[in-house]
Unconditional design. Structure first.
Lengths: 685, 177
């Protein structure tokens, strides 16, 4: 099936969506409140995954999906009662299925036999459900032990396709082949309706078949073969042995002869009879290449800049000409802004795609840690830029792990503290003031401040005599190399904890905050921009140049007094601020810009901080104002520039560089241009 | 054939000294846009020229080589401008409104070349291109593709891959990510 390879990415995308559907609905089964519609939705999802997987030859995954599907089918028919254990079994099975899919995608086969236990559990369920339900195809489910073999049964199947079946691009031959895989198949065509050649309508269906199938497979398995065509054909399945003959007729059977074409046709169902223009249900969404959307985003960004330039030009015109133009341009500006938002909205996706991975994590971890935890998700439909979503998974995983590992107490401890044995973790998202706020809160023990402080002192992260407020102590957990886990566990606490989370969030232009109450739990708030394509920045002037400093990096800005600037020999200057010494970086020296203010007391010092690097004061001439800029790549046509994260285009059409504060701290370039001292210390590199 | 995606003509005029080319020759001949630096005439493959525009102020890039004038906004993309005179070791250009930037695209990169003026479009038969003699000139040989005699003039063909590839490698300080 190598010819289908180009379809694989689409298939895996669909798998992800289908798994999401399944995960969405599965909790209802665990809570035993699922209705037939819910089960059917899960069944369809698993069935579609199986169907596609078969086409690509992912046998292992298909075999597992098949087993899962069979159990779902039993639930759907009511032959298996809804129980919480089944819900959790199905959840774990879906987890394994998603692993198998991931294996098929990456080509890295998951460990052999990892699904064997679950397969056996699923089988046991089947066996318990009804003796008439039998394992269909042992050959396919190689890793699992064989189920008891049962005597083959004969079925008589009447299959008469309607013209619509061909129009939806289905092929009876494939269905017959599929049946043949279930057992011995005898096929006799019914050509009685075939008309004279002259009267033959090539788009109509005239053929029918009578099939004799001898198989150990269940009626359900046979019905499944016709799953996709059941509505487009007359179908009857009768068991010749009495055991199944007593069963009511399959719901899939449609009254025969609904299509009363009494005319016969040529012997072979020609492919031409299935026109490729199959009428499809109107789709409510389309799949679009992200590149196309990005191009739209870029173009709209250009329009916004162009419009700003026109407004500026309009102001040069005499008022009698200019005023009308400017009014028109302002209207245009509103439309453009709407257009920009709409285009951005295309890129936006609900956070569900990353949230939906978390229940599994919580399930597995709580089992591993012996804790009872309920995860509550809210605001999954909140939309945020696709690129941001992709980079959220790691930080969220980390925060959840922490909440489970350090936050939620073991059940007995909780009970002793008068709390319910089961802990609750809340993961929620909402839009707030043009940003998205994600909250991870737990009702656990809260941050143990005494422990945090002791650890921080032990690691020299704070001075031994420092007097810190509760909030300041909470902030210590974000320091690099800080970990409070008493024992380093598999789960978290490898010393690369919250500082990495903070760095990841900051790299996304976000901020992270923590609130904690002893014995009541902790709450982490992540505030993120809706998109990475647009950045909130502060424009600063350095000589004739304008630079943009990302707002998320800026702590404060001030004009220092002369007595707060001190020179440190060989190290440049520092600014004394509230008992702390902040090194100064003169942007004009760093970037070799002539004609800039050299005295910090004449200019402005912007104090910036970034991902774990110490605070630095940037000396600039003046602040020009806060603005939203569209981020452009410098690397596309040039290359990386140290200290510069990208570029943007200002309202006058000129390019301004956006500073990358984390890469600006290049001390040696920062010293005043002095002759090197004779006993220069060799620099370490 | 039009290398300019905007449909605007890349050249306003053909110079008076344009070499007359017969239609049959033009089919197999390569076309070059020629430009001047001081009195010298250089040529670049017309198929790589995206557009020609007047000089606009650039935004300087920190720690860039001396021949990188900075970047400009070309309808929303950020394009670096190379001072070709400086690149060829002939001193920095003092750009005025009369100076011209040739926007060229090589591989996936778009770059602007600051030159004195654009002079001509010439068709050159492949056989007419002479190898560049080794002369120990300040211009690196990888920048040059060949020499073309045009009557009493001589056009030096510039290798854009060599030029921009070299800029790419040495254009920024090597640093680790």
């Amino acid at each position: 099936m190598a010819g289908f390879d180009h379809l694989k990415p689409t298939y895996f995308e669909e798998c992800a969506e289908l798994l999401d559907v399944a995960y969405d609905q599965l909790p209802a089964i665990a809570d035993a409140r699922a209705d037939a519609e819910t089960i059917h939705a899960i069944f369809r999802a698993i069935h579609s995954i199986k169907g596609g997987g078969g086409a690509f030859g992912f046998d292992r995954m298909v075999a597992f999906a098949h087993r899962l599907e069979t159990v779902l089918d039993l639930l759907r028919d009511g032959r298996l009662a809804l129980q919480p254990q089944i819900g959790s079994l199905l959840l774990r099975s879906t987890d394994v299925l998603s692993d198998l899919i991931a294996g098929a995608r990456t080509g890295e086969e998951p460990e052999t036999g990892m699904e064997a236990d679950l397969l056996q559990d699923l089988r046991n369920l089947e066996a318990g459900a009804a003796t008439t339900v039998i394992a269909a195809d042992e050959a396919q489910t190689a890793p699992a032990p064989a189920a008891p073999a049962l005597a083959p049964r004969r079925y008589r199947i009447g299959f008469s396709p309607h013209a619509n079946l061909f129009r939806s691009a289905n092929e009876p031959l494939l269905i017959l082949r599929e049946l043949r895989r279930l057992g011995m198949l005898q096929v006799s065509p019914d050509i009685s309706r075939l008309p004279e050649l002259a009267a033959l309508d090539p788009d109509d269906a005239y053929l029918a078949w009578t099939l004799q199938l001898e198989t150990t497979a269940s009626r359900v398995a046979i019905e499944e073969v016709f799953e996709f065509v059941a509505d487009d054909c007359a179908l009857s399945i009768e068991a010749e042995s009495d055991a199944e003959a007593a069963q009511p007729a399959s719901p899939a059977s449609a009254p025969a002869g609904r299509d009363a074409h009494a005319a016969p046709a040529e012997a072979e169902p020609p492919r031409a009879a299935a026109p490729p223009t199959a009428p499809q249900a109107p789709s409510l969404s389309i799949r679009v290449d992200v590149d196309k959307v990005d191009r739209l985003v870029n173009l709209v960004g250009e329009l916004v800049i162009n419009q700003a330039m026109l407004v500026q030009l309009g102001t040069y015109l005499p008022p009698e000409l200019g005023s009308g133009l400017i009014t028109g341009l302002e209207t245009m500006s509103q439309h453009l802004r709407e257009l920009q938002e709409s285009v951005m909205a295309i890129r936006a996706q609900p956070v569900r795609s990353v949230f939906s991975r978390m229940p599994r994590l919580v399930r597995e971890l709580s089992a591993q840690l012996g804790k009872e935890v309920k995860l509550v998700l809210t605001g999954e439909a909140t939309e945020i830029d696709k690129t941001v979503i992709e980079q959220l998974a790691d930080p969220l995983t980390h925060l959840l792990r922490n909440a489970l590992d350090h936050g939620i107490e073991p059940p007995d401890v909780r009970q002793a503290a008068g709390k319910p044995r089961q802990g609750t973790i809340h993961l929620g998202a909402e839009h707030r003031g043009g940003r998205i706020v994600i909250e991870i809160s737990d009702d656990g023990a809260g941050i143990s401040r005494a422990k945090v402080l002791a650890k921080a002192r032990a690691r020299n992260l704070v001075a031994a005599d420092a007097n810190l407020s509760d909030e300041e102590i909470d902030q210590l957990i974000f320091l690099p190399g800080f970990s409070t886990a008493e024992a380093v566990t598999d789960v978290s606490g490898r010393g690369v904890g919250m500082d990495v989370v903070k760095r990841n969030i900051q790299a996304l232009g976000g901020r992270i905050a923590v609130e904690s109450r002893a014995g009541r739990g902790s709450r982490f708030l992540l505030s993120l921009p809706l998109t990475l394509a647009i950045l909130d920045g502060m424009a600063v002037a350095v000589g004739p140049e304008t630079y943009i400093i990302p707002l998320t990096n800026i702590m404060e800005s001030l004009r220092p007094k002369p007595d707060s600037i001190h020179a440190v020999i060989g190290r440049g200057d520092v600014l004394a601020i509230r008992g702390e010494y902040v090194p100064l970086t003169y942007l004009h020296r760093r970037f070799q810009v002539p004609g800039a203010v050299d005295d910090p007391c004449q200019g402005i010092v912007v104090i910036v901080e970034s991902e774990g690097t110490a605070r630095v004061g940037l000396v600039v001439d003046e602040l020009l104002g806060q603005l939203q800029v569209v981020v452009k790549s410098l690397e596309a046509n040039y290359g990386p520039v140290p200290g510069v994260g990208g570029a943007t285009i200002l309202g006058d059409g000129r390019v301004a560089l956006i500073l990358d504060v984390s890469r600006l701290d290049d001390r040696k370039l920062d010293r005043p241009h002095q002759p090197p001292r004779p006993a220069a210390i060799p620099s370490l590199h | 054939m039009n290398p300019n995606p905007d449909g605007a003509a890349p050249m306003q005029q053909n110079g008076p000294a344009a070499t007359p080319v017969s239609a049959t020759l033009a089919d197999i001949a390569q076309q070059f846009i020629t430009f001047t630096l001081d009195a010298q005439e250089y040529g670049v493959d017309i198929m790589m020229v995206r557009e020609i525009k007047g000089w606009t102020e650039t935004t300087a890039l920190p720690q860039a080589p001396h021949y990188v004038r900075g970047v400009i906004n070309l309808r929303g993309i950020i394009v670096p401008i190379l001072d070709l005179r400086a690149r060829f070791g002939m001193g920095a250009t003092e750009p005025s409104r009369m100076h011209v930037v040739i926007i060229v695209t090589t591989a996936a990169r778009t770059t602007g070349l600051l030159v004195d003026a654009v002079s001509d479009i010439v068709s050159v038969e492949p056989g007419a291109i002479r190898a560049v003699p080794q002369m120990g000139q300040p211009i690196e040989e990888s920048f040059l593709e060949g020499l073309v005699p045009l009557g009493d003039r001589m056009v030096t063909l510039v290798s854009l891959e060599g030029l921009i590839g070299a800029t790419q490698a040495g254009g920024t300080e090597p640093h680790l990510h």
